[in-house]
Structures are given as C-alpha cells and as structure tokens.
Design a protein around this ligand. Sequence first.
Ligand SMILES: Cc1cc2nc3c(=O)[nH]c(=O)nc-3n(C[C@H](O)[C@H](O)[C@H](O)COP(=O)(O)OP(=O)(O)OC[C@H]3O[C@@H](n4cnc5c(N)ncnc54)[C@H](O)[C@@H]3O)c2cc1C
Length: 354
Amino acid sequence: MKEFDYIIIGGGCAGLSLAYELENNDKLINKTLAIIEPREDYKRDKTWSFWKVFSHSFDDCIKKSWNTFSINTATETKYVDCQSTPYQTIDSGLFYEKILSKLKSNKNIIFFKSIDQIDKSNSIVFNSVPSFENKQSELWQHFYGVEIETRKDFFDEGIFNLMDFNCDQRDRVHFFYTLPFTKKTALVETTWISELNNDSLNDYEEQIDDYLCNHLNLRQCKIHFKEQGAIPLFRQKNLNKLNEINIGSAGGMTRLSTGYTFLNIQEQSRYIRKNLENIKNVNLYKINSKYDFLDKILLRVLKNNPNDMGDIFFKVFNSKPKTAINFLSNKSSFFEDLAIISKMPKWKFLKELI
Ligand SMILES: Cc1cc2nc3c(=O)[nH]c(=O)nc-3n(C[C@H](O)[C@H](O)[C@H](O)COP(=O)(O)OP(=O)(O)OC[C@H]3O[C@@H](n4cnc5c(N)ncnc54)[C@H](O)[C@@H]3O)c2cc1C
C-alpha cells in the first residue's frame, strides 16, 4: 500500500482549503499528500456566506457582496451598514473548480475514494469527516433554500435580509434568510434552530411556498438550485487523536450561535500551514473559548425561550454595526463583548448561567 507524508480525509470545504493553503505556500514541493474523497464529481452544492473580517484566498469565487443588510421581527425592521466588512457569498462550484485546478498541477497530490486504499500508519492525518450520529437531540441549525428567478425585476439587490423572524415559530426558533443576487434572482432559505429528532418542522417546501406567496407576494418564479443542510450547534467529542487532527466542522470550526464556519476554516488552514513542521507538538487551533462559553449560554436561553430569540438577535444589532459583526465573526474585543452582553435580557441569561 502507498504511504504519504500527509493525508486529508474528506475533500470538502476544510479538506480542500487546507490542501490549497499548503500547495499555494509551497509546502508540498517535496512532500506527498493523499486526499480521501468519496464523491464522484464536484458541483455547486453549497453557498457559503460571511462578513469579510479579514482577507482570504477566494475573492475570485465570490458570487455577490453586500454593504447593507436588514433584520426584522414582526414589529420592527433594522437596516445595518457593513461597508467596512462586506457580506460575501461564495459559490462552492467556483471554489471547488479553483482549488482542483491548482492541485492538479502537483503530481505529489493524489485523490483516493477510500482510506482503505492507503497506509496511514506513518502519515500526519487531517480528518474533516464528522461523527455526529445519534446526536439528533442536540441543537442544530437546519435549513432549506431555493435560488429563484422572477420574470420581472423584484429584488433590491443592494440589501440582503439576514433574518426575518416575522414567520411561524412553532415554539422553536425560525427565520427566513434572503440573498438577492440580482433584481431577478435570489436565494431564499427557511432556517430553524432546533433538535433534529422530530420531523414536524421538515415541511420546508411548504414553508418556502408560503413565504414567497404570502409574505413576499411573489406568485411566479423558476427554481434553479436547491440547498438543504444541518449544521451542528455543539462540539464533537474527542477532537484529539494520536496522529490525527480534526479540521473543519469536525474540528470545532463552527461558531455555535450562528453556524458560521467558512472563515474559521480558512484561519485553521493558515495555522496548520504555519505550524506544519511541528504540528504534532503545537496546540490545536480553536475558536476562542470565550465564544463557546457565551454561545452555550445563548443556546440555553434559546432552548428555553424560543419565542424571544427574534428580539434577542435584533438587540445584538442595537450595538454599533462593527461591534455586532466583530462579535458574530469571533473578532470582538473585551469592550465589544461587554457592549453586546449589555444589550441582552439580563435575568434570562443569568438564570441560564447559574
Ligand atoms: C448547505 C450548507 C450551507 C452552509 N452555509 C454556510 C455559510 O453560509 N457560511 C458558513 O460560514 N458556513 C456555512 N455552512 C457550514 C460550513 O461552512 C460547511 O458545512 C462546510 O462545508 C464545512 O466544511 P467541512 O470540510 O467541515 O465539511 P464538508 O464541506 O461537508 O466536507 C466533508 C467532506 O467529507 C467527505 N466525506 C464524507 N464521508 C467521508 C468518508 N467516509 N471518507 C472520506 N470523505 C468523506 C464529504 O463528501 C465531503 O466532501 C453551511 C453548511 C451547509 C451544510
């Protein structure tokens, strides 16, 4: 069986980001890398969005960028300026294409369908395949979205809607998310934060139809793309294994309160690249533990007070836009954390803390 210096298990967002980071920084000139990925072909399967709080390598895969967004409850709407940290959407199809064409040029990088095809005993292994089985009773962010095209101009493509809580909550947390790419096209998603152990929330298509028809007043449109997913809002246990480093969602790169993961994956890839020669001895890259602490309290509040969450998320944006965005993107200072905490309903949070 073949041996490799490095093995990446799972050639998705984290696996390919790491491979690109290593290849792009000449770390694979005299080293071999195996990427284990069972999928037959790469097509657009996800839309990754985030506030650009630092520069990354994928500006050329951006589908659209916005400088303003809205958030609304049943009674209030807020418009937020994010010009200094624009909200970007990456087309996963362009991302895969860019990385795969770069990796193709290095003969030291080989793709395999299964780990059984290689000997991993002497390799450094980066694993992005999560093991979240039997975790349906934990909290997840689960969603279903459609990219639609209207006949006439319909959307204001300059403003995306981050969260529209003016919808059926069913004693869980529910909002719609709309990314208008042009005046005629947009991604509209129904998003829930809940356990996954009952399927009463899974009538996603009806939720979307109802929202388009009765909320947006949009009667006719074509659907070009569908996206469905579930992001775990909890950590996988045993991130540490001998000779194996977990990366991506499996490596704790998801922000628990929001599900944002893409930029954390980029930071994790940079950290691994910088410390590659000594990777077994350095600390694992982690999201700052203050965010896990605060997010876990927020998720407990959310579990016990689902109907208040619209107001709570709305209040996050009562702070300065930069403060709120830094907080949600794990880049906030101590004073920015305090500014966010001061906007929260104190008794509910204290109760969950205690
Ligand atoms: C639909 C969707 C939309 C999202 N949108 C956003 C967003 O807007 N912003 C954001 O920040 N985050 C978003 N996320 C969260 C996160 O960024 C993504 O889940 C991201 O793809 C995580 O990267 P990953 O490499 O950890 O997992 P993945 O990208 O899922 O990669 C895992 C890879 O492992 C492969 N694999 C599976 N089983 C095996 C096996 N046994 N052996 C080898 N390989 C295997 C899979 O085929 C896959 O390619 C989204 C998640 C989903 C599901």
